[in-house]
Design a protein around this ligand. Structure first.
Ligand code: CP
Ligand code: NVA
Length: 320
């Protein structure tokens, strides 16, 4: 059975820990796995498709596939037939015959599900309107590096609590056994269905979930403080209204002062200083955002290796 990574909960708690452990190994020995290098002269290709713009995701997947001995095929917005001239299902049926994995940054989660349903090779969500699970693997790796553990830590996300990052913090944090607090204004909180899924995970792992519009209560005593842009890709028309709506939910010096004195600060980037995060915070001593950005590379290499090896092993077991 082919394994895909479309949402954070596609990895069980044990599997998430396996991927993070492999990321630690690959960070120490970047060329120790040659997953996409063939025995002979050839190299396997990974298609990395963008319907939205990107810096980190593009560079980390391109570099990561090359590190693993493969050939990254980057397809930029507007360069393929997907969605406008050809269905997602037909695209999947073509790609699965030529590439070893499909990485896709797009708008609709349903589109990713359709791609996966029609693909024999792993499909990876490189950001959708609903989730950014690759970013969370990098964030968890970073937190683990700086705090020594994940389970039992309190992680507070503040700002646009209805966006892809908020959803992924809930699901991936609960999977890791963290106490996840999400704070944003009324009307911009996570959907009840996402909160319920996070709560199910938290029950398995000993974590917990809190959703509140009381930003100070959410920040108080936190081990990890995180935020994200108030204007996600595709929301540019709402910019003026959004900058007003979220202004009491900024990760500023006052919020940081409420957190545990040893708290670390993360931001997936790109960041807008003076809006969702104060310059003094993101450029200050508690910020680990550059480690976080680098860890996209290591975490995604581990994810690709894990998915391909797991899919191959399950296919081999199924054919005996
Ligand atoms: N954090 C992140 O996904 O960055 P890019 O949009 O630059 O890929
Ligand atoms: N929420 C942001 C994340 C960018 C990495 C967006 O979707 O634009």
């Amino acid at each position: 059975m082919t394994r895909h990574f479309l949402v954070d909960t596609d990895l069980s708690p044990t599997e998430q820990a396996e991927v993070l452990a492999l990321a630690v190994k690959l960070k120490k020995a970047p060329y120790s796995k040659s997953t996409f290098a063939s025995d002979g002269a050839g190299r396997k290709t990974v298609a990395v498709i963008f319907d939205k713009t990107s810096t980190r995701t593009r560079v980390s997947f391109a570099t990561g596939v090359a590190d693993l001995g493969g050939n990254p095929l980057i397809i930029n917005p507007g360069e393929s037939q997907i969605g406008h001239k050809e269905s997602v299902a037909d695209t999947a049926k073509v790609l699965e015959r030529m590439v070893s994995a499909i990485v896709w940054r797009t708008y609709s989660q349903a589109g990713l599900q359709e791609m996966a349903a029609n693909s024999k090779v792993p499909v990876i969500n490189a950001l959708s309107d609903d989730y950014h699970p690759c970013q969370l693997l990098a964030d968890l790796l970073t937190i683990q590096e700086h705090k020594g553990t994940l389970a039992g830590l309190t992680m507070t996300y503040m700002g646009d609590a209805a966006n892809n990052m908020a959803n992924s913090y809930l699901l991936a944090g609960a999977t890791a056994g963290m106490h996840v607090r999400i704070t944003g204004p009324a009307g911009y909180l996570p959907a009840a269905s996402v909160v319920a899924r996070a709560q199910e995970r938290a029950q398995l792992t000993g974590g917990s979930v809190l959703v509140t519009s009381d930003a100070a209560a959410a920040a108080r005593g936190a081990d990890v403080l995180v935020t994200d842009t108030w204007v996600s890709m595709g929301q540019e028309q709402e910019k003026a209204q959004r900058l007003e709506t979220f202004r009491d939910f900024a990760l500023d010096e006052a919020a940081l002062a409420l957190a545990d004195p040893a708290a670390v600060v993360l931001h997936c980037l790109p960041a807008y200083r003076g809006y969702e995060i104060a310059a003094a915070v993101i450029d200050g001593p508690q910020s680990v955002v550059w480690d976080e950005a680098e860890n996209r590379l290591h975490a995604q290499k581990a994810l690709m290796v894990w998915l391909v090896e797991k899919s191959d092993a399950e296919a081999a077991a199924g054919s005996t």
